[in-house]
Ligand binder design. Structure first.
Ligand code: FMN
Length: 326
């Protein structure tokens, strides 16, 4: 059954998820995004559940109140039904109000161990993993799927297996594992999933503007949206989508953008080396300065900048960004 919270807001804005993004969309980014607001919930990057995992220790990485004002879904990734169930239950005990199973990670290390997108090779196994988790927990479960492993031949079977196992909704990133992140995402498959399933379908993939959000909703009739890279490129995207539904416009001020970046930096673990902190800032810069973004012309100079501290790097970023109309 769809969770009670998975619904549009009173003005019709669909439920908005901040996507899980391992290595990029980490706690620092999630905290900075929560500061800007606009989304309904965030999803952690995958928490790996390897064979012989000690779930109690692994689950400690999850902090239910990490974002205080927004709920945080715990995403788990593994291929052993019993261990996955044990981990999901442990996360529930730690305060998680929703578990998501990663059925999409394309990394060869992960798929070689029978987890992530390799679950899509065998709908029966996908069913067993999902069913085992669903039976163990008392909170909603979802599966985040790609459209297939090598191709889409098992697309429908995988979706039905997820539904039959008791997944309360699914999120679809409509690319196969083989397609990686190659554009375009096949929104037509989201429309197909929506027609096939009776549980809600969350649309994901290449939603980078407010216009994209309206287009995917119109083309697929999906029940909610999940946005990843679009939020790295434009941290105000959720506010801007919501504002449209509220017959308003959301124009971010320079001060808010500055505060967003400062929040991001302030969340770096104190134990991190300065060079790692600078690299984190460069990683964010590469998204903020992506091809169609207003900051694109600054990409080369900012990525080649050699500085010793993250504070210096941040100062340069702010000085340069301020030269461009926001
Ligand atoms: C760097 C990176 C890391 C990702 N890590 C995860 C992950 O941990 N779990 C997951 O389900 N999807 C992960 N994804 C996939 C995204 O959640 C999302 O499905 C995909 O990027 C398409 O959405 P987008 O176009 O809005 O980014 C990752 C994507 C990227 C780019």
């Amino acid at each position: 059954m769809a969770p009670a919270w998975l619904k549009s807001d009173p003005k019709g804005c669909p439920y908005l998820f901040l996507a899980p993004m391992e290595g990029v969309g980490d706690r620092c980014f999630r905290k900075a995004m929560a500061f800007v607001g606009g989304m309904d919930r965030a999803v952690t990057e995958f928490i790996r559940v390897p064979r012989e995992a000690h779930v109690k220790s692994l689950a400690k990485v999850y902090l239910a109140n990490e974002l205080s004002s927004f709920p945080l879904t715990a995403q788990i990734m593994g291929g052993e039904p019993d261990l996955m169930a044990e981990m999901a239950l442990e996360l529930e005990k730690r305060g998680a109000d929703h578990i998501d199973i990663n059925c999409g990670c394309p990394s060869n290390t992960v798929t070689g161990r029978g987890a992530g997108s390799s679950l899509l090779k065998d709908p029966r196994h996908l069913y067993e993993v999902a069913k085992s988790v669903k039976t163990a927990i008392n909170i909603p479960l979802s599966l985040k799927l790609r459209s297939g492993f090598d191709d889409t031949s098992l697309f429908e079977e995988n979706l039905l297996a997820a539904q039959e196992a008791g997944s309360d909704f699914i999120t679809l990133h409509p690319r196969t594992k083989r397609e990686g992140y190659k554009p375009p995402a096949r929104w037509d498959l989201i429309a197909k999933a929506k027609k096939l399933l009776s549980i809600p379908v969350i649309g994901n993939g290449d939603i980078n503007t407010v216009e994209d959000a309206f287009n995917i909703l119109e083309q697929t009739k999906c029940d909610g949206l999940m946005i990843g890279r679009g939020a790295l490129m434009n941290p105000f995207i959720f506010q801007q989508i919501r504002a449209q539904y509220h017959q308003k416009t959301f124009t971010p001020s320079w001060e808010l953008f500055e505060a967003y970046l400062k929040k991001f930096v302030s969340m770096f673990p104190v134990s991190s080396l300065e060079k790692h902190k600078v690299n984190k800032l460069k990683q964010l810069t590469s998204f903020l300065c992506s091809e169609k973004a207003p900051f694109a012309p600054l990409k080369k100079s900012l990525l080649s900048l050699q500085v010793k501290t993250s504070q210096e790097y941040l100062n340069h970023m702010l000085n340069l960004f301020q030269t461009i109309a926001f």
